[in-house]
Design a protein around this ligand. Structure first.
Ligand code: HEC
Length: 133
């Protein structure tokens, strides 16, 4: 028996140990696939944010229209903070935490604050839009 024949079983054993390494997956792309430029027309966003809300424009309108921000229900500061945290954490929005206080002030100023009396601006304190208490 030759030395090679004796070593062969060990070579097979050692060779199979390497099989646990992750194998590289190759994606199959159709042969006729090609990237090409396309042009799409986005809907107009007629809404614009007030000058005092520049911090909102800088941090939010990269992903959202101004209208999307302004149609949110009135949220209190804690809920806006949670919303900003979610944008940053879940959706990876690059919002500097140092901007949070100014953002929250601007966002709460965009909509009437929670808990505001809905009848207050009509001098009907304590009633809703149908005059109910
Ligand atoms: C990196 C992109 C990105 C940025 C920047 C961003 N958002 Fe979002 N936002 C998202 C995505 C994605 C969703 C989920 C949309 C969906 O579910 O249809 C979302 C959803 C929302 C919602 C809907 C409620 C919710 O929790 O899903 C609100 C309100 C919102 N964002 C407000 C903001 C505000 C305010 C800012 C700026 C401080 C902001 N977003 C910045 C990506 C972003």
């Amino acid at each position: 028996m030759t030395r090679t024949a004796l070593l062969l079983p060990f070579a097979v054993l050692i060779g199979s140990c390497g099989q646990s390494a992750p194998t590289e997956r190759k994606l199959s792309v159709p042969a006729d696939f090609a990237f090409r430029s396309a042009s799409i027309t986005l809907p107009d966003d007629a809404t614009s944010l007030p000058a005092g809300a520049a911090i909102v424009t800088q941090n939010c309108t990269g992903c959202h229209s101004a209208e999307m921000i302004t149609v949110q229900p009135p949220l209190d500061a804690a809920k806006w903070q949670a919303e900003i945290d979610k944008m940053r954490g879940v959706f990876k929005a690059p919002i500097d935490p140092a901007d949070d206080p100014r953002l929250i002030a601007a966002l709460t100023a965009l909509a009437p604050s929670v808990g505001a009396d809905p009848g207050a601006d009509r001098g009907e304190a304590g009633t809703d839009e149908r005059g109910r208490p």
